[in-house]
Ligand binder design. Structure first.
Ligand code: FAD
Length: 540
């Protein structure tokens, strides 16, 4: 994205999962999905908003909260990709249970361990993980997750041995059941502010669960509003960021990026695969006016588009997680959350149209009248939250573009020189995908030129970063281009002809979307949205 040149050598051969560790993971996936399916009735969980009694304890005691940890801590040592697959498969059985695993394994103590240097804090967290801990990450506050500085403060005690944490947290996954909580707070110290992550024992005085929260979807998921009222945290139990930089301490940011994939992209993929299966089955059993549904043009497009989108989601996840370390592929990971959750939303919405009344009808109601009780209505609600948790989709688009542009500013606007030869292209693509590949390359060059021009026109980054719609569109364009390149690279390494067709369908749709995005990016004479938003007409 930064150079405007696609070096296919970096994408090829497209990474494939390790067969040996995949077999171990498959056995674990079978074990956990069977166990969750036996214990959890997803409809009942949805209706009551409660997981079965004792389930969390059993998951913890059986080691499911240590998927990626070392065996010395009782962990399963799964790779990021295999752990993601496990969370995805559990989400297919029960989204709240899968997301509980995501919190524990991707942003709770078990994941944050990777950010802790050797020392007393690391040793303490390791002991808690080995003993079996339920943990949570409390970042969001009632004033909003997007404020640069947390409102919760961590004030050093007079003797400097500890911090006193005070503030309110909201939407904390597992916040009501955690024994160990990572809390984001602002530290005012020595005339500077820092963002810190503080490890709070929830039995400590001053910590209180204000209320358990419930959502439109993911019902049953533990989530809470919390109060910290002078909670004392020993100085060594804090991880502090740089002075006056409103950012997570490194590498907590990289962990947060990954956690958004586990918590959001994994259930999104589970929903998408489920919709694909239900769509095929529905079309296979229905006819209209004596003609099988699958013979109608619109229905064929629905089935093909959903299949291609599932393939694309699976592909961007593979690229984001396979053969990569904690801080690698930050751009791909930052856009993959949106690529998966927004695509899942399109798929579940399209599937609802396909299934008609049966799609909108609750599973309960279908059960009463003896129809197959497919819970598409529940998945629709579940899918919507995935575009909120881990941050709202349009803000993430803006953030991705901002990160890309910030890199360009830091490199003093240096982009690709126009005379650099085009890197060698992959072979093995059919004619349609060859054309898509050339379109992707053109898109990347155009993206680079537009970024270069924008930076030249805005010597001060803040002036450009204030143009949110421009950044949102650039974020969307960069994500679409990435998904196109990833799918083309995967299929170029693949001998399965069916995937050539799926790639063609995906890239065709991407190019239609890109045409609209470019048009909007270069639109002139737009309405004055600011004036309209402030006018009386916007408020009645
Ligand atoms: C199911 C679920 C689980 C969650 N789990 C956790 C968890 O475990 N830990 C945790 O810390 N949080 C968690 N969250 C919180 C989640 O991360 C936030 O809800 C999300 O990041 C959005 O933040 P917010 O709700 O505070 O909205 P806000 O940031 O307050 O946004 C409110 C509105 O303002 C807009 N806005 C905000 N900033 C800007 C800007 N710069 N420019 C333009 N518009 C802006 C937003 O787009 C939105 O429309 C969870 C949320 C859900 C739904």
């Amino acid at each position: 994205m930064e150079s405007g040149r696609l070096d296919w050598n970096t994408l090829l051969p497209f990474p494939v999962p390790d067969a040996a560790s995949g077999t171990v993971a498959d056995a674990l996936i079978k074990e956990i999905t069977e166990s969750v399916a036996a214990e959890v009735d997803p409809e009942r969980t949805d209706a009551t908003g409660q997981l079965p009694d004792g389930l969390i304890d059993r998951l913890r005691d059986d080691g499911w909260f240590r998927l990626r940890n070392a065996s010395a801590l009782g962990g399963h040592e799964l790779s990021d990709y295999d752990a993601f697959r496990l969370v995805e498969r559990v989400c297919a059985v029960s989204q709240p249970v899968g997301q509980t695993l995501a919190i524990q394994n991707a942003v709770g103590a078990a994941a944050l361990l990777a950010a802790l240097p050797d020392g007393p804090l690391r040793a303490k967290v390791e002991r808690r993980i080995a003993a079996g801990t339920v943990s949570a990450f409390a970042g969001t506050e009632p004033e909003g997750a997007n404020n640069a500085w947390p409102g919760t403060t961590a004030v050093p005690t007079a003797d400097g041995s500890a911090y006193l944490l005070s503030g309110e947290k909201v939407f904390t996954g597992n916040g009501d059941i955690a024994d160990l909580l990572a809390v984001l707070a602002t530290v005012p110290e020595d005339g500077h502010r820092r963002v810190g992550v503080f490890f709070v024992d929830t039995t400590d005085p001053g910590f209180r669960v204000r209320s358990r929260l419930e959502f439109m979807g993911s019902r049953g998921l533990h989530n809470a509003a919390l109060t910290l009222d002078g909670v004392r945290v020993p100085r060594e139990d804090a991880l502090l960021g740089e002075p006056d930089a409103p950012r997570f301490p490194a590498p907590v940011g990289a962990i947060a990026l990954l956690s958004a994939l586990f918590f959001n992209a994994a259930p999104a993929l589970a929903i998408a695969r489920q919709c694909q299966e239900w769509s095929s089955a529905f079309v296979a059993r229905r006819a209209v006016n004596g003609r099988p549904l699958g013979e109608y043009d619109q229905i064929q497009r629905i089935l093909a588009t959903t299949a291609a989108e599932v393939f694309a989601m699976d592909t961007v996840v593979r690229w984001s997680l396979l053969d990569s370390g904690l801080t690698d592929r930050w751009f791909e990971r930052s856009v993959t959350k949106n690529l998966c959750t927004v695509t899942a939303w399109r798929i579940v919405d399209r599937t609802m149209s396909l299934l008609g009344g049966e799609g909108f009808e609750t599973a309960r109601s279908k059960q009463r009248r003896g129809a197959e009780p497919l819970p598409l209505e529940r998945l629709f609600r579940d899918a919507r939250g995935l575009r909120v948790s881990g941050n709202i989709d349009f803000l993430l688009d803006i953030q991705s573009a901002r990160l890309l542009l910030a890199g360009r500013y830091a490199a003093a606007g240096a982009g690709a020189a126009d005379d650099v030869p085009e890197p060698a292209r992959p072979t093995g693509l059919g004619p349609a995908n060859e054309a898509h590949l050339r379109a992707a390359e053109q898109g990347l060059r155009r993206f680079e030129r537009v970024c270069r021009r924008l930076i030249a026109e805005h010597p001060r980054p803040d002036a450009l970063f204030g143009r949110q719609e421009t950044l949102r569109l650039l974020g969307r364009i960069s994500a679409e281009l990435f998904s196109m390149c990833a799918v083309l690279a995967r299929v170029a390494s693949d001998t399965d002809d069916g995937r050539q067709d799926l790639t063609d369908v995906h890239c065709t749709a991407v190019r239609h979307r890109l045409a609209g995005l470019w048009r909007r990016l270069t639109a002139t004479g737009e309405p004055d949205y600011g004036a309209v938003s402030r006018s009386p007409a916007a408020h009645h």
